[in-house]
Design a protein around this ligand. Structure first.
Ligand SMILES: Nc1ncnc2c1ncn2[C@@H]1O[C@H](COP(=O)(O)OP(=O)(O)OP(=O)(O)O)[C@@H](O)[C@H]1O
Length: 246
């Protein structure tokens, strides 16, 4: 036996109205790994994330996380196992401060008014301060989240996910709409997060993917077309054809 995979998708397929959005997809993520997923529009990237998080059930194939069969679990149970997902659009509480957004996430509270009753322990304060440093928002902690830039909102939401201590973080197009400086900072941020957590990041921005400096999986028509270092896959004629041809 080789080292057990953290996440293992094997020969997964799913059809919508007869159309195979995922078609024999196999992908293995090692513990502690960060993986970038790229692929043209409609390649199946979002559907793959939906399958991992239990939003979509595969028709065939197996999906395991630390040996647990994810196809038998619902979304809350999968989140509970330690898989956190960051969607493309940030959904922070705009009227609340950055600090209170993190506090809510830390406490797992759903209703902001309950913050009034939240008593912070020194450990919780330390954790929020740690999150603020990670997400580059230490100087913005008292600011209303609604006043942050788009990129900062994305970071805040990443911080809110980290508050739940996921072992695996799934991130969907984090740098869409970001400035170049924010994009570069986000690559550094994810690399830092990857020191302690596994990460799967879907992204179209190749400069960003290059900065991540991790193994890249290219999806096409619901399956893996190529996998390896960015320079290798981007010189693969099949990949070039998919991106430039047709
Ligand atoms: N619920 C659904 N019903 C019908 N078709 C769907 C559904 N979800 C996805 N599809 C189809 O499956 C294919 C894969 O879609 P998916 O959104 O996973 O691709 P993607 O790689 O994430 O694309 P993009 O880069 O545009 O986000 C597409 O052709 C899409 O139209």
């Amino acid at each position: 036996m080789t080292t057990a995979a953290l996440l293992d998708l094997r020969d997964v397929s799913v059809s919508f109205d007869g159309f195979r959005a995922i078609n024999g997809l196999s992908l293995t993520l090692a513990p502690g790994e960060m993986r970038a997923i790229v692929g043209p529009n409609g390649a199946g990237k979002t559907t793959m994330m939906d399958i991992i998080t239990g939003k979509t059930r595969p028709d065939t194939g197996s999906v395991t996380f630390r040996g647990h069969d994810l196809t038998r679990l619902d979304e809350p149970a999968i989140a509970e196992l330690g898989i956190g997902r960051k969607f493309q659009k940030p959904t922070v509480f705009e009227a609340l401060s950055v600090w209170d957004n993190l506090l809510l996430a830390l406490k797992g509270l759903r209703r902001p008014h309950r913050l009034l009753f939240a008593r912070l322990t020194p450990d919780e304060i330390r954790r929020i301060e740690g999150l603020l440093a990670t997400i580059r928002l230490g100087a913005e902690s008292t600011r209303a989240a609604g006043g942050l830039s788009h990129g900062q909102k994305q970071w805040l939401e990443i911080g809110m996910l980290l508050a739940q201590e996921p072992d695996l973080l799934l991130v969907d197009e984090p740098v869409a709409g970001m400035t170049d400086a924010e994009t570069a900072e986000t690559a550094g941020l994810l690399r830092e997060i990857n020191r302690t957590r596994s990460v799967v990041v879907v992204e179209h921005d190749m400069d960003f993917v290059r900065a991540l400096d991790v193994t890249v999986t290219v999806l096409h028509e619901g399956a893996v077309l190529a996998e390896g270092p960015l320079d290798t896959v981007s010189n693969d004629p099949r990949v070039i054809e998919v991106y430039l041809g047709r």
